[in-house]
Design a protein around this ligand. Sequence first.
Ligand code: NDP
Ligand code: GDR
Length: 354
Amino acid sequence: MANESKCALITGITGQDGSYLAEFLLEKGYDVHGIIRRASTFNTDRIDHIYTDPHDDGPSLKLHYADLTDANSLYKVLRAAKPTEVYNLGAQSHVRVSFDQPIYTAEATGAGTINLLEAVRQYQDEFETQVRYYQASTSEMFGGMPETAPQSEETPFHPRSPYGVAKLYGHWITINYRESYDMHASCGILFNHESPRRGETFVTRKITRAVGRIKHGLQDKLFMGNLDAKRDWGFAGDYVEQMWLMLQQDTPDDYVVATGETHTVRQFCERAFGRVGLDYNDYVEIDPRYYRPAEVDLLWGDPSKAKRQLGWEPRVTFEGLVDMMVDADMELAAREKTLIDAGHEVAGVEGVRH
Ligand code: NDP
Ligand code: GDR
């Protein structure tokens, strides 16, 4: 049964987190609206399985064309969807790519946030209602200097990429709208979170995709950048629950969301290749193309505030996460191999990826 009073609008619904959040909210009886962008190819793979026929009863998923860089389109979607909660997950979210496209990243990831906040503010005024707003802030805002770890809500910011700088603008403008207009707006400062739905150019998925393909004889080598960077990796399915919990609080606030553990990229490789009986040293090669002009060396979150105030704890461990991703990508590679053996073409992962 649809919960008549609960309706969520998600930007970035076609991304990793958007797809898990949409599933989670539909389960809870929300009507869910999502913003999608027109593309020349299909880009709704991650949410096709939860698409509902508009004629069916029950909680529904509706999609609207809009873009964070197009303020007017956001306002129109708000008027059509009439949400009680807005989750701003849309962004140019790739750190390495943000060095290649710094201006677009500023527009989508930074200015996109104020476009949406302004649309929400106008919608609230026009309809005399209050909307709860979630902003996807990031541990990238901390910059990862070792002396600052573990990073908490009190750690000073020092972003090290155009993406991190754009997200810091989004973070502060959200706080500013909360303080200026009494908006129920909260920021989740999320550390890296992954899943079998992670984009294939992020390091974890790049590794687990390669493991599956190498094991099935579809790939020989894996070219990578800095193996010594450390990240606090959690499972995206656990983290979307936290986003929702933040908006259920009477008082809006900002929270670090993390596991409290950190591991190197090298350790991720060891575990992932080891899962299928391989040694990463035999396959991984360094390609400086994947180094970043400025690196974030150590991200290690302190999630004690979220645990204390929201009662939230991650369920999936680092080992469980790596194994889950490798197992899913072994199945995917097996399907690819069947197609290739039958004479079909399958797009490669090497050569163009960051
Ligand atoms: P993804 O890269 O998987 O998804 C990004 C989403 O944003 C996609 O749906 C994409 O649409 C959409 N998008 C990109 N540009 C625009 C635009 N101009 N207008 C509207 N939508 C746009 O990211 P994740 O799901 O991993 O992350 C979700 C959010 O959380 C992002 O804001 C990210 O920066 C942030 N974050 C993520 C963390 C992580 O570890 N995953 C950690 C901390 C923060 P399309 O499919 O059309 O490209
Ligand atoms: P990150 O994630 O930059 O932390 O941003 P990513 O997985 O891209 O990189 C993590 C670390 O791995 C190192 N690395 C490589 N990275 C990629 N992509 N490809 C490689 O070949 C490679 N080799 C080594 C990187 O240098 C880096 O140190 C993610 C995104 O989801 C952001 O949107 C989010 O805000 C942050 O996590 C928290």
